[in-house]
Design a protein around this ligand. Sequence first.
Ligand SMILES: [Zn+2]
Length: 426
Amino acid sequence: MHDIAIKNGRVHTGRTWEALHVYIKDGHIAALSCHDEPAKTHIDATNRDVLPGLIDPHVHFELDLGDAVSVDDFAGGSHAALHGGITTVIDFLDPTDTIEALKAAHKRRKKQAEKSLVDVRFHATLKAPKCDLEAYVKTVKALGMHSIKVFTTYSESNRRTDDIAIATLLRLTKAYDFTLVVHAERDERIVHDASFTHKDLPISRPEVAEMEAALTLAEMVRATGGRAYMVHTSSGRTVEMLKTRAADLLNKTLFLETCPQYVLFNDERLRDEQGKRFTFAPPLRDEAARKKLLAHADALYAFGTDHCAFHLNDKDKPRLSDIPLGIGGVEFSYAVMNLMVGDNVVNRMSRRVAELFHIDGKGIIATGAVADVAVFDPTPQVVENHHGNADYSVYTGETVSGHFTDVIHHGVVKLRDGKLVLKEDA
Ligand SMILES: [Zn+2]
C-alpha cells in the first residue's frame, strides 16, 4: 500500500511529459506507472502538470541589511514558496571575511531556517576577504556547502571581492568541487548620487556595469578552468555578448541565472510613483534588453528569484539610497517563466539546480527519488492574492500561466487544493 497516489496527471519525467500515475511511499517515489495501485491518499491530477518539487537557487529570507530586514522570514518565505511549487531553496549566509565569522554565520542562519516549511541549503558569502582563501573553501565544504557567493561590487559596504581573489577562488573550484556564485556588476560603473530617486535606478546601476563584469568573469573562468554561476542576469545584451564571446563556456563552466522580473517587466515600470515597488538590483532594463533575454533563453542555465521582500512602507522613500532593494518572487516564478519561456523551464528550476549545487535525490520525478512533487493547474489567471509576509507583490494584476494546487515534500502533503496543510494526518 502506497502512502500517496497522484493520478492521471501529465508528469515531467526529466526530458518529456508522460501520462502516468505517481506513487509515493516512505518519503520517496515508489513507482511511476499506468496501472492502478492502492494508496491511502489520492490526489487527482487530471488536466494538471506534475512536476518535481522546484528548487530556487536564489532567495534571501530574513536578510539583515543593517537598517532593514527583509520581511519574509523562513516561515513566511517558505509558505509563499510552497504556493510556488518550491520544496527546496538555497539562501545565503551573512557575508564573512574570516573562518570564525563563517562558522558563526552558518550556525546563526541554520537556526533561523528551522522555521522553514521547505528544505533550506546555503551558499556561503564572502566579503572583501581577510583570510587564506583555501582555508575558507575547506571550511565551506566541511560545513556541507558547495558554493561561495562573491560580489564584484558594493565596495561602499566592504563586500567587493577583487579580481585577483576571484581568480584564486575559480582555480580552487576544481580541487574542492564547488561553484563560485557571482554577483557581477563592475563597481567602477556604479553611480552614487544623493539626489537620485527610484526613477534613477537604471542610471545608478547601468547595464554596462553588468556586461563588463560578465565579460571579465568569463575571461577569468576560461583562464583558470574554474566554474562560476552568475546570478540575476538582467539584460539580454549581456547574454548575447556572452554567446558571442564565451559560447565555449556557457552551460559547461559558466552558468547564467535570470529571474522572472527581468523577463516579465521593463524599466518603464520605474517611471512613476508605483515604480518604488519595482526597486531591486540589478534594475529593470529597456524593452529591447528584455526581449533579447527571452530570445537567448537557451543560454540561461537556471532560474532563481532573488526573493527579498519588503513592505510598501519600507519602499516609500523619496531618496533611492533609503529604499531597501528587493522584491518577493517565489510564489509566481514558475507560473511566470512557464508563461514567458514555455514548458521547457522545469529542469532549469529543478534538476539542473540540484546537479550544480549537489542536492542529491532531488529535482526529478523518478523511482527512488525524494518525494518532492508539485501539481500545477495550467489555467491562465490574473494574480489577485499572494502569500508570505509582505503587504504587496509586483505580480498582482499580472497574468500568469496557472497555479499550484498540491505540493508534497518528503512524502508529506504540504499544500492541498491550493491551501497550506498545517498538520498532516492523511
Ligand atoms: Zn540576491
